[in-house]
Design a protein around this ligand. Structure first.
Ligand code: FAD
Length: 314
């Protein structure tokens, strides 16, 4: 029986459950699906797993990826899994290499695609700062282990499974991490959840306020290329791309963005792209449904005015 183990990050449950789609693409045919969740709280999860192992440890232990890796390693030794998938969230990125080391297996980090070549599974991940995509095959006895970039796979199937819940209180090792204080970061909205993104790049550095205005009028959010983030014009929380966020809106309006590979990496799941650029041959144009050749600032002025006129006439 093919068995898959996924880690569910309690702070990012939705993208953790999207690992199910990655598991589906990894294994052809039926497979048993077990989730590991480290949290004492009752976290409402849909019934999409065969088994949920809820690890209950004192508060501080949840912060220690080494403790979580140790517990998952013990479960692996008891049950054996064909594959282990971990979301590449901040905690997942700390957990995955520790677990791989305990398992003595290789880890493919931050994968963005799974495919089959003559029946052989291949996983794809950005390499050399995203300037090329590496294609990796699994050899050896396994388990196949990988961390998966958030928001790339989406579990649309939501297959109902038995969802047996097992509570586990493991023996803790020596306490290595202590929580001193917690600061909750104020994130007003997450660009990954927006249906419409209006995104600005190097060609529109002086007009970022207008980008926010257009985004609001369209019921969406503003986002940016790294160029504007590095220039201190836009916050890092709204950066799209390889070192920013992977987004999947219905509509992505790119203003003055050239389309570097690291930017494209973050918008591959986007449904429709409109790009505005003085250079009609900018690389992003080849991915766009509509390319507007011209000044992005003027485009913003005209579109904002047109929407406002429309709203007033309603
Ligand atoms: C390790 C690494 C990670 C990276 N991660 C990311 C990432 O996550 N996200 C990301 O975006 N980048 C990332 N980058 C940077 C990336 O390589 C590019 O440098 C960056 O995306 C360029 O941003 P840009 O297209 O907005 O700006 P530019 O490259 O400056 O392009 C500006 C564009 O605007 C056009 N333009 C100029 N004036 C106007 C005008 N008046 N009206 C309309 N168009 C105009 C130009 O023709 C050009 O196409 C990363 C780089 C590295 C090395």
């Amino acid at each position: 029986m093919i068995r898959c183990l996924i880690y569910i990050d309690p702070s990012e449950t939705e993208c953790s459950l999207d690992l199910i789609e990655a598991a589906r693409q990894l294994h052809e045919g039926p497979f048993e699906l077990t989730g590991v969740l480290c949290d004492r709280r009752e976290i409402p999860l849909p019934r999409v797993l065969d088994r949920l192992i809820q690890i209950e440890q004192p508060d501080n232990a949840y912060l220690d990826p080494a403790q979580v890796a140790k517990t998952m390693h013990e479960r692996y030794r008891a049950n054996g899994y064909t594959s282990i998938l971990i979301p590449a969230t901040p905690f997942g990125r700390m957990l995955a290499p520790r677990l791989a080391m305990l398992l003595g297996t290789g880890l493919v980090a931050d994968i963005t695609q799974i495919r089959r070549n003559n029946g052989v599974v291949e996983v794809i991940r950005p390499a050399y700062s995203g300037s090329l995509m590496a294609c990796i095959r699994f050899v050896g006895d396994g388990p196949m282990m990988m961390s998966v970039r958030p928001n790339v796979f989406h579990d649309m199937v939501k297959e109902i499974r038995a969802m047996q819940i097992e509570h586990l209180v493991p023996q803790l090792g020596e306490k290595r991490i202590e929580r001193v204080w917690v600061q909750r970061k104020q994130i007003s909205c997450d660009i990954r959840e927006s249906e419409v993104l209006v995104s600005g790049g190097g060609g529109i550095a002086k007009s970022f306020a207008k980008i926010e205005r257009l985004a609001k009028l369209l019921g969406g959010q503003a986002s940016a290329s790294r160029k504007l983030v590095d220039a201190g014009i836009a916050p890092r929380s709204i950066q799209v791309g390889q070192s920013g966020k992977t987004v999947s809106p219905e509509l992505y309006i790119a203003l003055g963005i050239n389309g570097a590979i690291q930017h494209i990496e973050g918008i591959k799941q986007t449904k429709h792209i409109i790009s505005v650029n003085i250079n009609k041959d900018a690389p992003l144009g080849s991915l766009s449904d509509i390319v507007v050749e011209g000044d992005a600032d003027r485009f913003l002025d005209l579109l904002i005015r047109r929407i406002q006129q429309y709203q007033q006439s309603e």
